[in-house]
Design a protein around this ligand. Structure first.
Ligand SMILES: CC(C)(COP(=O)(O)OP(=O)(O)OC[C@H]1O[C@@H](n2cnc3c(N)ncnc32)[C@H](O)[C@@H]1OP(=O)(O)O)[C@@H](O)C(=O)NCCC(=O)NCCS
Length: 148
C-alpha cells in the first residue's frame, strides 16, 4: 500500500500541476488561455487571500490537487470554504488521494474554526459521488448561473 500525503503547493509542482490542470479542464471539456492558468497557479502557489492549494503525493510525486477558496458568510461569523477543483491522476484513482485531499482541508478547517467545507459536482459524476457520499452530505439544491 503506497503512503499518500498532502501538502501546500510548491514551486517545483508547476510541471505536474500543468499536466493535471490540463487533464482536469479536458475532463470538463474546457480550455483556458495560458495566461488564465498561469494566474490561477500563481494565486495558489503564493496564496492570495483565502486561496488554499493542496497537492496529494506519494514517493513518486504528485497524484492530484485541490483548489479551495475560503470566504466570509452571512449565517455565521465563521468562514466557509468552497472546494472548487479536485483532481486525481487517472492511474492513481481509487487509492485514497481524493479522500486525503478532502480530509486535509477538513482538518485545516476544524483547526482554524471554519463553519463548513462545501463543493458541487455534476449529478451524473458517479465516480466523484462515490467518494463524496462517503465524506459529505448531498443537498437537494440546484445551482443557477448568470454569466456576466
Ligand atoms: C473524483 C476523484 C477526485 C476521486 O479521487 P480518488 O483519489 O480516485 O478517490 P479516492 O481513492 O480517495 O476514493 C475515495 C472513496 O471512493 C471510492 N471510489 C473512488 N473511485 C471509485 C471507483 N471508480 N469505483 C468504486 N469506488 C470508488 C473508493 O472506494 C474510496 O472509498 P474508501 O475510502 O472508503 O475506500 C477522481 O476520480 C477524479 O479526479 N475524477 C476526475 C475529475 C473529477 O471528477 N473531479 C471532481 C469534480 S467535482
Amino acid at each position: 500500500m503506497t503512503s499518500i500525503r498532502t501538502r501546500p503547493f510548491a514551486a517545483a509542482d508547476r510541471a505536474a500541476w500543468d499536466v493535471m490542470w490540463a487533464a482536469y479542464l479536458a475532463f470538463y471539456e474546457t480550455t483556458l488561455p495560458p495566461e488564465t492558468s498561469a494566474d490561477t497557479w500563481a494565486r495558489f502557489l503564493a496564496p492570495a487571500p483565502g486561496h488554499i492549494g493542496l497537492v496529494a503525493e506519494d514517493a513518486d510525486g504528485p497524484l492530484g490537487f485541490a483548489h479551495a477558496i475560503l470566504h466570509a458568510g452571512t449565517w455565521s461569523p465563521k468562514p466557509v470554504c468552497y472546494l472548487e477543483d479536485l483532481y486525481v491522476n487517472e492511474q492513481a484513482r481509487g487509492q485514497g488521494a481524493g479522500r486525503a485531499l478532502i480530509e486535509a482541508l477538513a482538518k485545516k478547517g476544524r483547526a482554524e474554526g471554519w463553519l463548513r467545507l462545501y463543493w458541487q459536482t455534476d449529478t451524473g459524476n458517479a465516480t466523484a459521488r462515490r467518494l463524496y457520499d462517503k465524506v459529505g452530505k448531498a443537498r437537494n439544491w440546484v445551482r443557477y448561473d448568470l454569466d456576466l
